[in-house]
Design a protein around this ligand. Structure first.
Ligand SMILES: Cc1ncc(COP(=O)(O)O)c(C=O)c1O
Length: 394
């Protein structure tokens, strides 16, 4: 059996991480990997999460299964965190997932049961894992224009023109906020226009929400998806807790379905649970339980929000200061877009050769599409970094 297999192509980001670890230079900089880092370059456990883990340890009396849906109280608080009171409870169903990726997968597999090989429209560019996740579930990826690399702007007219050419029943994947890899987010007016188009043409919006709280704020970052949920008859959301609760390895997330048709919603939700049963059965509990404890306890929740806000404002400041450093180094406004964009990622618009030179000559690690992790920047290295980037790219 195994001799019939060829090695799978290496994951480029993981390969870059391995190369970074082996690099002995003391002043090396990792801007590749997609996790939040503090000024010390660490990804610490959040205070509220640590406290929730202590409480769970004291209070948990059994490790028996929690059921296919997962922790129902976790599902309830996640539904409210994402959709607030924009949606009445009976229009929404939530189940626990293995992080955001797990939610994307099970929703895509459920959609594939409703509409085998349905076309799913993805932004160009999108998070590289979208294509394997969605096509692995049977869906057919197709791209819509999204980003103008020369100006850092969203190609909204082009995006809408492409989506006008989609067929009823096609899926439109949207990034809820902090678009990965570009950092270029839709405005509320653009969300409204897309929602209207989806409702008019019978397109199914599927929102990937992996960075709530990293862009403009916890509530602000979901204004678009909430508006969409009020305007369209049906949608699905894959919400990740990995980044905003810093629980990456715990694999906590939620798959959320919304519909105006209560009967259809119940059927879809039962199919979602049946997909889980067929691939991995019961969800793990620990990650969901600690997120639930934080969200249910007023004190822990307030502390979590404060820490999350600290992470968000650090990225906003880093964006502004890095754009300033690049402006000084290049004597131009070429990189000003970095200050305007949101969340953890932006693209520098460098060629593969320039990225290789940055790595080989300066110990600066950037992934192949020139996406950088803003949270990987250090305030005291911004000017050196900006000079190196300008030196290789001019
Ligand atoms: C756009 C996007 N969606 C989903 C995810 C999935 O996150 P996880 O499965 O770790 O919760 C990520 C993580 O990097 C992401 O960037």
């Amino acid at each position: 059996m195994f001799e019939k297999l060829q090695p799978a192509p290496p994951d480029k980001i993981l390969a870059l991480l391995a190369q970074y670890r082996e690099d002995g230079r003391a002043d090396k900089i990792d801007l590749g990997v997609g996790v939040y880092k503090d000024e010390q370059g660490e990804t610490p456990v959040m205070r509220s999460i640590r406290e929730a883990e202590k409480r769970l340890y004291e209070e948990q009396t059994t490790k028996s299964y929690v059921g296919l849906q997962g922790d129902k109280a976790f599902c309830a608080v996640m539904g409210t965190l994402v959709l607030g009171d924009a949606i009445l409870g009976e229009r929404m169903r939530v189940c626990q997932s293995l992080g955001g990726s797990g939610a994307l997968s099970i929703i895509a597999m459920m959609i594939n049961r409703a509409r085998p090989n349905a076309t799913v429209w993805l932004s160009d560019p999108s998070w590289p894992n979208h294509i394997p996740l969605l096509s692995g579930a049977g869906l057919k990826p197709q791209s819509y224009p999204y980003y103008d690399a020369a100006t850092g702007a969203i190609l909204f007219e082009e995006m809408m023109a492409a989506l006008r050419g989609a067929e009823a029943g096609d899926i439109v994947l949207l990034h809820g906020c902090c678009h990965n890899p570009t950092g270029a987010d839709l405005s509320l007016e653009q969300w409204a226009a897309i929602a209207d188009l989806c409702a008019e043409k019978g397109l199914f919006p599927f929102v990937d929400l992996a960075y709530q709280g990293f862009g403009d704020g916890l509530e602000e970052d979901v204004a678009g998806v909430r508006l969409m949920a009020q305007k369209v008859p049906e949608l699905a959301i894959a919400a990740s807790c990995s980044k905003n609760f810093a629980v990456y390895r715990e694999r906590a997330g939620a798959a959320i379905l919304v519909s105006n048709d209560a009967g259809a919603l119940d059927n879809a939700f039962s199919q979602l649970l049946s997909v889980k049963r067929s691939v991995y059965s019961m969800p793990p509990d620990h990650g969901g339980a600690i997120v639930r404890i934080v969200l249910e306890d007023a004190g822990l929740r307030a502390d979590w929000m404060e820490e999350l806000e600290g992470m968000r404002s650090r990225m906003v400041t880093l964006r502004r200061d890095f754009a300033d450093a690049l402006r000084r180094a290049s004597n131009s406004e070429r990189f000003d877009f970095i200050a305007e964009q949101k969340g953890m990622f932006s693209r520098l618009g460098l060629t593969t050769g320039q990225i290789d030179t940055l790595r080989n000559d300066h110990g600066i690690y950037i992934v192949g599409d020139s996406r950088i992790n803003i949270a990987g920047l250090h305030h005291d290295k911004l000017d050196d970094l900006a000079r190196a980037i300008v030196a290789v790219s001019s």
